[in-house]
Design a protein around this ligand. Structure first.
Ligand code: HSE
Length: 315
């Protein structure tokens, strides 16, 4: 293993993710073609020094320092690799807005892990990074697709090991993600959920998830429509999203196959075939506008590659 020189850099590109997709609460997540780019370099100083430079107005409230999520993730890598921590700077081109249900925190965790591992010449395998990422985030459905790309189903097996299934996603399926100016923290959206759920709701979700996965694999719109329903978390969360029900109706009326809260919200994900994507995007933005909420609704593709790291030494 080789420690980096001062000024040595790596660049890590990490995709946004949409978790749950309706019935896959805390298990299912998809990587999407909206990415954050982190340029990470070793700087002078000790393990207390982490400088964060945001190259966008969206993340202006985020601060550096040793408690930053990105740096805490980096420290976990060095601990596992038995390396003395060192000071870092991260320069972030932020395209994934924070607190919108698009896995922005997961991008920070994954970038911290991948970047810190790259700077010390990749001693930890991806499986170990995966385990650390899930441990830091507390649930797997954003960090796993953020790291690996694609549509990922992650479950804790009876053996206590995390099992990841890479699921298929037919290229004909597009994701329209309506992103409002509103923010919603995951902790707040988890607080409104009940501790126990009726058995009928659990059974409905099991069936819906199976239909959804088969629909996504085959590009079968009817199966996606029948599968993209949830009774575990969405009934408790729609009320937290101003105008959310109207945005959902607008998407469905414009030809969406299914519509769900993206992650813990407040962004809303509509799945559709390509010809309907533009009109769905426009109608979702319009519905939010009528509710007094500014938004945008990019049409996104599946991101298959996950986090990618390029290393360069300069200056
Ligand atoms: N599965 C998580 C939730 C995703 O819905 O709370 C949010 O990060």
């Amino acid at each position: 293993m080789r420690l980096p020189q001062i000024g040595e850099k790596v660049i890590v590109e990490v995709p946004s993710t949409s978790a749950n997709l309706g019935p896959g609460f805390d298990c299912l997540g998809v990587a999407l073609s909206l990415t954050n780019e982190f340029t990470i370099q070793r700087i002078e100083g000790n393990s207390e020094r982490f400088e964060l430079i945001m190259e966008s107005t969206e993340g202006n409230h985020l601060r550096g320092g040793p408690e930053n999520l990105f740096y805490r993730a980096a420290q976990r890598v060095w601990k596992a690799a038995e390396v003395e921590p060192f000071a870092l700077e991260a320069r972030v081109k932020l395209a994934v807005p924070p607190a919108r249900g698009l896995g922005s925190s997961a991008t920070a965790i994954v970038a911290g892990l991948v970047g810190a591992n790259a700077l010390i010449s990749f001693p930890l395998p991806k499986e170990k990074l995966l385990e650390l990422a899930i441990d830091i985030e507390g649930h797997p459905d954003n960090v796993v697709p953020s790291l690996l790309g694609g549509l990922c189903l992650t479950a804790k097996a009876a053996s206590e090991r995390w099992r990841v299934i890479r699921c298929e996603w037919d290229d004909s399926i597009k994701a329209v993600v309506a992103i409002p100016s509103l923010r919603l923290s995951t902790s707040e959206a988890r607080r409104v959920m009940p501790k126990n759920i009726p058995i009928g709701d659990a059974v409905m979700n099991l069936g819906a998830l199976s239909l959804l996965l088969q629909g996504l694999r085959k590009g079968n719109g009817e199966l996606i429509s029948d599968g993209m329903h949830d009774r575990l978390h969405e009934p408790y969360r729609w009320g937290l999203i101003k105008g959310g029900a109207e945005v959902r109706s607008a998407a469905m009326q414009s030809g969406a196959l299914g519509c769900a809260i993206s992650g813990a919200g407040p962004s809303i994900l509509a799945l559709c075939k390509e010809p309907q994507a533009r009109i769905i995007s426009q109608s979702m933005v319009r519905a939010w506008e009528i509710a007094g909420v500014a938004s945008r609704a990019p049409i996104l593709n599946l991101q298959r590659n996950g986090s990618e790291c390029t290393k360069r030494v300069d200056e």
